[in-house]
Write a protein of this length. Structure first.
Length: 498
């Protein structure tokens, strides 16, 4: 009797299926490899999560009981897409939240799935069609490139919805995408290519013009590494960062260690030029030129055309990602395995004048997600919530602003698009998290209120270490009222920039 009761408490509602019975559900071009009831607090992810660090059990100890489904999808003969779908055993909120990936992916995003499940969502993730965080899978496998670029997310979405319906006996009433970086790009790709997949999409720091981002990261590598004298050791980053704050922190009328709008910051690295011996507190002439290039757009030297924006002032403490002693591996992989199809390709040979056209032509919007005509998505009442940290050290913040503006202009201006797309810029936020500014915020509640109750977000509260600040709908910025604690969001208003 106790065993029967325990099972009854775990399984789905009576009109649905048991978890284990989902193992025999027939899905097109798919094989279910696991259908397992997971008791509360007992999930331990296999292998390693994105970034190569083992997944500690403590990160999943508070998970409720759920039905775990794993499947292999083969939409083409060269596809090998792994997905997982997690279904709350009880307390399902009736909604589906798919989560995105990072970098070249190659893993299931277990941590993000855990957050969604904890909030009552049915959730899913894909490894994007290959194993491991390298781009080497792309060499000689155009179908796998398509799987990474867009197909794995769509196929996962279709299969997840079928499994949700089979388990609960009815479909999810709302479907959301939630991703940052590559996950942000994936979200935009879903809106552009498969507008019926999701009701709302959260796209953080989207690496959506992927080919142009790749060129920009090697622009920094060329500036920093081609001449050894130009290299800036990380020991100098704090001094550069402090010089930036000295120059620009108070531009918003409040000296608080954050730059509200870095586009107003015109920092000249010459202010910390070495006047004597080289040290960690100053910059040599070649290093000054490197700083200027990091903060400037990459350009075609022949036409002057901008390829991709530069990083913004305020991100200096994170420069090691793109300005380290070796070029960023994810970028060199793109050129080795996707563009030039040569594992021995030398990054120093990149031609910024001619190779960008080749890269764009070869991609043909397979990985890039730059289509600004989102009318099919918006016409279904789809909502797109963009966000980006001003201190992003990987993906230039201005790139997301540029995409937002193109969507708005394409569809008739802010008056016609404000109920469909919103952008929130976060001062001091690094790439998808971290940084010196308030960096914890709840985008899911905001987009759910927007899509389900028609409450469009004007401000979203962010927090860090006891400080709260409002993130304001672009182009508005947060301004201190002049009284009260500067660590309390209630003492700030969102207003148009002056």
């Amino acid at each position: 009797m106790k065993l029967i009761l325990a099972c009854a408490l775990f399984i789905a509602p009576m009109w649905g299926a048991t978890c284990e019975s989902l193992g025999s559900v027939a899905l097109p071009n798919a094989t279910i490899t696991l259908a397992q009831s997971v008791p509360a607090g007992e999930f331990m992810p296999p292998g390693r999560t994105f970034g190569g660090t083992p997944s500690p059990a403590v990160a999943f100890k508070d998970l409720p009981a759920f039905c775990r489904i794993a499947a292999t999808l083969k939409p083409t003969s060269d596809s090998d897409i792994q997905i997982e779908v997690w279904l709350p055993a009880s307390g399902w909120n009736g909604k589906f939240q798919a989560v995105g990936n990072g970098g070249w992916a190659g893993v299931i995003s277990y941590g993000a799935m855990a957050e969604a499940l904890h909030d009552g969502y049915a959730t899913s993730s894909t490894d994007t069609g290959h194993v491991g965080g390298s781009g080497s899978f792309a060499l000689g496998h155009p179908e796998k490139v398509a799987d990474f670029g867009y197909r794995s997310e769509h196929e996962m979405t279709v299969k997840a919805k079928l499994l949700i319906s089979a388990f609960y006996g009815n479909p999810a009433r709302m479907s959301y995408w939630n991703g940052c970086s590559t996950g942000g790009r994936q979200g935009l790709k879903e809106a552009q290519r498969f507008p019926k997949d999701y009701d709302g999409i959260i796209a953080g720091a989207p690496a959506n013009p992927r080919t142009h981002l790749a060129f920009a990261t090697l622009w920094i590598a060329h500036a920093n590494l081609k001449d050894p004298a130009s290299y800036i050791p990380p020991a100098k980053y704090p001094a550069i960062h402090q010089a930036v704050l000295n120059a620009c922190d108070a531009l918003d009328g409040l000296k608080d260690g954050l730059i509200t709008d870095p586009t107003r910051c015109h920092f000249d690295p010459q202010v910390i030029a070495c006047k004597g011996a080289d040290s960690s507190e100053c910059l040599t002439p070649p290093q000054i030129e490197t700083v200027k290039k990091i903060l400037s757009p990459s350009r075609n030297s022949r036409t002057g055309e901008e390829i991709y924006p530069g990083l913004e002032p305020g991100a200096e403490l994170g420069w090691a990602t793109l300005a380290g002693p070796q070029p960023f591996a994810a970028t060199t992989d793109h050129f080795k395995y996707v563009v030039f199809k040569d594992p021995n390709w030398d990054w120093k040979t990149l031609n910024f004048d001619s190779d960008i056209a080749l890269a764009d032509k070869l991609d043909n919007e397979t990985i890039n997600a730059t289509d600004a005509n989102l009318k099919p998505f918006f016409s279904r009442n789809g909502k797109l919530l963009l966000y980006h940290g001003w201190a992003d050290q990987n993906v230039a913040p201005q790139s997301t602003i540029n995409y937002y503006k193109r969507v708005v202009d394409t569809l008739g201006g802010e008056g016609k698009t404000a109920d469909s797309i919103r952008l929130f810029m976060a001062p001091g936020l690094a790439h998808c998290g971290g940084g010196e500014g308030p960096n914890t915020f709840d985008m899911m509640s905001s987009i759910a209120q927007w899509r389900e109750n028609d409450h469009a977000p004007d401000r979203i509260i962010a927090s860090r270490a006891g400080r709260t600040r409002p993130l304001c709908a672009y182009p508005q910025v947060a301004r201190y009222k002049g009284t009260g604690s500067i660590d309390d969001a209630a003492n700030f208003v969102c207003e148009a920039p002056k």
